[in-house]
Design a protein around this ligand. Structure first.
Ligand code: ADP
Ligand code: MG
Length: 340
């Protein structure tokens, strides 16, 4: 395994884990900067000759991320999303076009995934906490008491008035499984409009890859869901988006059981059957939402959904540590996950 990692580090210009940039890969012409969006680091890497070009692009990205957060956050007061939640069961709320569009897209993914993806999962808020030191595991009764509020079919969208209405009191939406991808797409648009062709933007498990690295195609590594610094696959990508959802991201172990943040809307408990899902596709909003949807569906139904979609590929690690990859995915290298 040692050997495997060393070999790709030497051979590849910029080896980027979906979870971390390898510092030793930094080199002339590559500039990286971090900012934050929705509680996650957003990391921008550009390949340019001139550092001042990179600086201008970074500051336009920062402004854009602040703008998106002010639209999409369900935690900050006064955002369109928190207004929608506050008026659940009371009245429809008119929202900006962008917010209307992302909620409409979220509902389409819910329909495509038979409800595995469902932004009304947020009706569970307060029951679960994954904050380190403050973890909370709800009882089955508590969860069952809220389950009736989780159903995307109770989101009423009026395209003419651009209003969103949640039918039941206590209902809430949370865009955490789609908005980071959306933000990544916008960050890349800002970079492109500042004249930069070769860049990577990454927020948590969501990434957009444009152009190439200084010495060849960008190389992206997919991590082993059970060993942070170990790769199970490597891809060469350009002009594509890649998102990973994993059960290791926000999680805790109680009485030997792993509880994580990707919820099965049918049970109100963490989805079982999958350790991680990586989805490749044409835009990051889509890959972000689909990685969550496929995670919940599990390896069999999840791969069925991927195969039914044009231009989308996936790599799934199931709960036994087995890798399932879609026929069109081209992996440079793969190794089995460390633990069965
Ligand atoms: P990450 O946030 O690590 O990138 P995901 O994109 O998979 O991971 O999003 C997981 C987040 O999405 C959770 O933290 C929660 O906010 C929300 N979520 C959890 N379960 C669902 C679900 N079934 N459908 C939609 N959103 C979900
Ligand atoms: Mg996602």
């Amino acid at each position: 395994m040692e050997f495997f990692i060393k070999r790709i580090q030497l051979a590849f210009t910029a080896l980027i884990f979906l979870s971390a940039l390898i510092p030793s890969a930094a080199q002339a012409g590559l500039f990286t900067k971090k900012t934050s969006i929705m509680g996650t680091d957003l990391e921008v890497t550009v390949s340019v000759e001139d550092a001042s070009l990179a600086d201008a692009a970074f500051s336009s990205v920062e402004d854009e991320m602040a703008r998106i957060e002010a639209l999409m956050s369900e935690w900050k007061e006064g955002t369109p999303v928190s207004d929608i939640n506050r008026h659940a069961g009371i009245k429809p709320v008119a929202v900006p076009d962008e917010v209307f569009k992302i909620i409409t897209d979220a509902v389409l993914i819910s329909e495509a995934s038979g409800g595995a993806f469902d932004v009304t999962w947020a009706s569970m808020r307060g029951l679960w906490s994954f904050t380190p030191g403050n973890e909370r595991l709800p009882s089955k009764d508590e969860v069952d008491g809220r389950l009736g509020l989780v159903d995307y079919r109770n989101i009423v969208l009026d395209p003419a008035k651009k209003t969103v209405y949640l039918k039941k009191r206590g209902m809430a939406i949370g865009l955490g499984a789609i908005s980071k991808g959306y933000a990544v797409d916008f960050a890349m648009k800002m970079i492109a409009s500042s004249g930069i062709k070769d860049a990577i933007v990454k927020a948590g498990g969501d990434m957009r890859v444009q152009g190439r690295g200084p010495d060849g195609p960008w190389k992206i590594g997919i991590r082993d869901p059970r060993e942070k610094d170990r790769l199970i696959a490597t891809l060469e990508v350009s002009n594509a988006s890649i998102s990973t959802s994993g059960d290791y991201e926000r999680s805790f172990i109680k009485d030997g059981v792993l509880y994580h943040h990707i919820m099965d809307p049918k049970t109100g408990f963490p989805a079982r059957g999958t350790r991680s899902v990586t989805v490749l596709g044409p835009d990051t909003e889509t890959t972000d939402a689909l990685s969550t949807a496929v995670f919940v569906l599990g390896p069999v139904a999840g791969m069925g959904l991927i195969k039914s979609l044009k231009g989308i590929e996936a790599l799934i690690v199931d709960s036994n540590g087995r890798i399932h990859s879609s026929p069109g995915i081209s992996l440079v290298a793969t190794v089995a996950p460390a633990r069965p």
